[in-house]
Design a protein around this ligand. Structure first.
Ligand SMILES: [Zn+2]
Length: 289
């Protein structure tokens, strides 16, 4: 893939996308667990080529349908899960003035519990486990010795002290309690994961929660209505694309950075060019069926 990203970068298309398509849109970019070096390289580029705004600034513009609140080439930086390495990039976020949002799993941060998808020893591919009902997935994981409420030897997530230190610079928001695939949950489980996460983060970490990221980007109309009932104002998906002030606040589109260490890949993916290629390929695939 590396030569392909290099070719695409130097084709000039990312520049065209940035200056013509992203210019009047809001790009939301997703990261998960990048090192300090990758963060430095990524945010040096992104802060020079986009206007980095916070998710809350975008929320205000969305609510007021006010384009004046948005600079040209607006970009929102987000991180999912709350991985412990996120703490190490705080100085980079400060250096490049990146107003990032980190979506936390309230049942995993400040504990020695593990993210199930990082601890899959079942012999079954993680993508296959995501297809199972929530109860079934937990049963299969349990048969391989994993429990989502068990404390392990090593820590995977941010501690409460780290969250406290980062809080003045980082917007912390919600990403469920244990990171299930929400559409695979029954009603009670889905409501618990959505509502309880907000409650725990507000109570245990004194955070103001109004935004949500769907685990694995999976959601249905039920999740959207639960989010509204639980008091969330907006939610991000992994539906590929860009946003405007007319976007549905509970179905905001995001581009994935793929946590890449390859600057060419980052340039191509953050421009929306890659998303367009994938969407076109999907369309062609669908037409064939
Ligand atoms: Zn996640």
């Amino acid at each position: 893939m590396k030569p392909l990203f290099k070719l695409l970068r130097y084709s000039g298309l990312p520049w065209v996308f940035r200056e013509w398509i992203q210019r009047n849109k809001v790009t939301i970019l997703m990261f998960h667990d990048i090192s300090k070096e990758v963060a430095h390289q990524s945010f040096k580029y992104l802060s020079r080529n986009y206007n980095l705004i916070s998710l809350q600034e975008y929320q205000k513009a969305l609510t007021g349908r006010n384009t004046n609140l948005l600079p040209k080439k607006s970009m929102v930086i987000t991180f999912d899960d709350g991985h412990k390495q996120n703490y190490e990039i705080l100085s980079v976020l400060q250096e490049f003035e990146v107003p990032a949002t980190i979506f936390l799993c309230s049942g995993i941060v400040d504990s020695y519990r593990h993210y199930w998808f990082k601890s899959n020893k079942t012999g079954i591919a993680t993508d296959q486990l995501k297809q199972l009902s929530n109860q079934e997935r937990l049963k299969v994981l349990a048969s391989a010795g994993f429990r989502q409420d068990q404390a392990y030897q090593d820590r995977q997530a941010l501690t409460s002290q780290e969250i406290k230190e980062m809080k003045p610079f980082v917007d912390f928001q919600a990403h469920t309690v244990f990171h299930p695939i929400l559409p695979q949950c029954d009603d009670e489980e889905s409501w618990f994961e959505i509502a309880e996460c907000k409650g725990q983060l507000e109570e245990n970490f004194q955070l103001q929660i109004n935004a949500f990221a769907y685990p694995n980007g999976d959601y249905g109309t039920r999740e959207v209505s639960y989010l509204k009932n639980a008091g969330y104002e907006l939610a991000v998906t992994v539906d590929l694309g860009l946003n405007t002030i007319k976007s549905n606040p509970y179905r905001l589109k995001r581009l994935s950075s793929n946590d890449t260490a390859d600057i060419n890949e980052l340039i191509v993916k953050s421009s929306g060019l890659w998303a367009m290629i994938i969407n076109l390929l999907k369309k062609r695939g669908n037409n064939k069926i």
